[in-house]
Ligand binder design. Structure first.
Ligand SMILES: [Zn+2]
Length: 234
């Protein structure tokens, strides 16, 4: 027997005997969004609760569990916990030390517009990913963006994220009803972008984008925007 703990704070979330099955909600270019379907959590009443239209969710120190209200993934009324948000600890063992993770800066109504027009960001391509923590394709993109940042292949690009559940007013500036949705900015204004194979809405891109396509697009855009600025200045 074992218990599954939050990877951030180490708190016990559910027991192995509560696992109904392990499900892959979606997979994309080698990234898999996997969940445990569980029959119940330990002391779920003390987790922070929130509701959005598609699902209800619970937070530990970060998003930890959801139940779909619309059965988008064929998981019925099961409680779902993303497998990368918990770690298994055998009975009698101490939970391992919390994992620290590099995360992308999150924008909200307080700072979204100020960050886009901040002087230190004017010579960088800014990519804002609109998404939600429970959305499997958004999680694929989080993994891809973390790897791109880790490998430092795009030093002239800065990535940000916007939680569409928390910031509906900013999300509503665009007509995209689907996430992830990517918006690009340079020198304080939105840059309208097209990418073969990706759906475009209001100059942004909808859906998961393969790592190579994202890197190539950002490199091309960034080089073109900097060159046109240099030409304008000269
Ligand atoms: Zn936690």
């Amino acid at each position: 027997m074992s218990t599954f703990h939050c990877t951030s704070c180490g708190r016990a979330i559910f027991r192995s005997e509560d696992i109904l099955q392990r499900i892959t909600l979606s997979s994309f270019n080698g990234h898999r969004a996997e969940c445990y379907a569980i029959r119940g959590a330990i002391d779920a009443g003390s987790l922070r609760r929130y509701d959005v239209s598609l699902h209800e969710g619970w937070y530990c120190c970060r998003f930890i569990m959801m139940r779909m209200v619309e059965d988008k993934f064929g998981t019925g009324a099961d409680l779902l916990v993303y497998s990368d948000s918990v770690m298994e600890v055998a009975d009698g063992q101490a939970p391992p030390a919390p994992v620290s993770r590099r995360s992308v800066v999150k924008l909200g109504k307080r700072d979204h517009d100020a960050v886009i027009s901040a002087p230190e960001n004017q010579d960088k391509l800014l990519v804002v990913k609109h998404g939600a923590i429970w959305c499997p394709p958004c999680r694929h993109m989080d993994a891809i963006i973390s790897r791109v940042i880790e490998r430092n292949v795009l030093p002239d690009v800065r990535f940000f994220e916007l939680d569409t559940d928390e910031e509906p007013a900013i999300a509503a500036r665009f007509n995209s009803r689907a996430i992830p949705f990517f918006v690009f900015y340079f020198a304080g204004t939105q840059v309208k972008v097209e990418l073969r194979g990706a759906q475009g809405v209001d100059g942004g891109l909808v859906g998961a984008i393969p790592e190579q396509a994202l890197v190539a697009l950002c490199q091309t855009l960034s080089a073109r925007l900097r060159a046109s600025r240099t030409a304008a200045a000269g």
